[in-house]
Write a protein that binds this ligand. Structure first.
Ligand code: AMP
Ligand code: MG
Length: 414
């Protein structure tokens, strides 16, 4: 239990302790950002009927094959078809029907001549259809027509379970006429910080004190990953207070308890001790930099992650471990984070632990290049703020020269 685990060993152990939360049906209007719990098979063809992709005239392509500018083909306009209306006509040789974008194609027609290639240039809303129209250019059969089922066919597998529903997915579900969507419950995460030196924001700092950064950053991270944070605030370095806080989290029936600090080997690091005494400690050291004293266990049966206190370590511990746990609880199926190969603009050193180094990464038109954001001390939060990526150094690598290639996680840019 006291052995030093590799990052991937620790990730596997952690993931094994979580399963996806239960499923509930929510209104589509509430489903954005939630994780789809069942795959979707289309019950419709999309589009549901052949329709025009342009405002123009539904024609028979053969009728206008001889059309050239100046000497158009004259057709008689037998109907006016707005979007949303089925007009029961058949376009015969020498005929056309005015048609709007999205309107059903009438029988007989096999193409749409856009208004731009006709002599009917009236653009004002409300202008009635002309009696005749000249089409000045040929259109081929099928041109400017969106055939039924072009996008999706009834029975197609259109969405996989385990995706976080994005705005485009919501629009698509609406297009299929769905009102309720099965999604996983949102994980509820209790979060607290420990340390006698910590002062909440809004209160002045007396000598020896610092503002609590981790509670706020962790709450924001939990939200970013679609989960619900429940902040229990700052807990002093006292055994009874730590225990009471953990008990409070248990009473709240959260899905995960997350704390920062107090899990190292300091004389006042009680959190790991309490988890060990009243729960089960799975591991408490990971061969990574920063963030080695990362702790995982169960407290009264509830999964517990103890992040290191240094703010950069806490952030990286979250991104490397807690993110996985939240994804699994949420039902997210893909946990792979995309990486980018980058070329080092400066030599870098580490100590052989798997390392996550703060960097600025840029594409110069030819290649992605990376430079560190200054001192990599794990308390230096501003160097994380300046970074737009983390460079990933495998374990065993102690130095890399200028020009070496490494993988990087790019932080999301909106
Ligand atoms: P610890 O893990 O308790 O030994 O804390 C390691 C370092 O992180 C110490 O310098 C703490 O002051 C700092 N630290 C712990 N918790 C926080 C926090 N919530 N916000 C900012 N810094 C913290
Ligand atoms: Mg401490």
């Amino acid at each position: 239990m006291s052995g030093l685990l590799s990052v991937s060993e620790a990730q596997q152990k952690l993931l094994a302790a979580f399963s996806p939360l239960k499923v509930e049906n929510v209104d589509l209007t509430q489903a954005g950002g939630r994780v789809l719990a069942q795959p979707v098979t289309s019950e419709l063809d999309l589009p549901p009927f052949d329709n025009s992709s342009m405002d123009g005239f539904a024609v028979r392509a053969a009728d206008v094959s001889a059309a050239t500018t100046g000497e158009g083909v004259r057709l008689s306009v037998i109907a006016d078809i707005p979007a949303g209306k089925v007009v029961d006509i058949t376009v015969s040789t020498g005929e056309a029907a005015r048609i709007m974008t999205g309107a059903p194609l009438p029988a007989g027609a096999d193409a749409v001549a856009p208004v731009e290639i006709t002599d009917f240039q009236a653009r004002q809303p409300g202008t009635p259809a002309p009696r005749y129209v000249h089409v000045n250019q040929p259109v081929s059969s099928g041109e400017n027509i969106r055939p039924k089922g072009q996008d999706v066919r009834k029975g197609d597998h259109v969405l996989a379970a385990g995706i976080r529903l994005r705005p485009q997915d919501i629009g698509f579900r609406a297009m299929l006429g769905v009102t309720r969507v099965p999604v996983h419950h949102v994980p509820r995460v209790a979060v607290f910080s420990t340390g006698d030196e910590l002062v909440p924001i809004g209160e002045p700092l007396s000598p020896g004190k610092i503002h609590d950064a981790n509670t706020y950053a962790l709450v924001a991270l939990i939200k970013q990953y679609g989960s619900e944070p429940i902040s229990l605030g700052i807990i002093p370095d006292e055994l009874a207070a730590v225990q009471a806080c953990l008990d409070q989290a248990v009473a709240l029936q959260v899905d995960l308890i997350l704390s920062s600090a107090g899990v190292s080997v300091g004389a006042f690091d009680f959190v790991r001790h309490v988890v060990e005494q009243r729960g089960k400690l799975e591991f408490w050291r990971v061969n990574m930099r920063p963030g080695k004293p990362l702790t995982f266990g169960h407290y009264q049966g509830i999964p517990y992650v103890g992040l290191p206190g240094n703010p950069v370590s806490a952030f990286i511990g979250f991104e490397v471990f807690v993110r996985l746990a939240l994804h699994k609880l949420s039902g997210v199926s893909s946990r792979i984070r995309p990486t980018q190969k980058v070329i080092l603009l400066e030599a870098i050193e580490s100590d052989g632990r798997e390392s996550f180094l703060r960097a600025i990464v840029n594409f110069n038109g030819e290649e992605w290049q990376a430079r560190l954001t200054g001192h990599q001390g794990s308390g230096n939060l501003h160097s994380l703020v300046q970074a737009n990526a983390l460079l990933l150094l495998p374990s065993g690598v102690k130095s890399l020269p200028i020009g070496a290639e490494v993988h990087a996680w790019l932080f999301d840019n909106e």
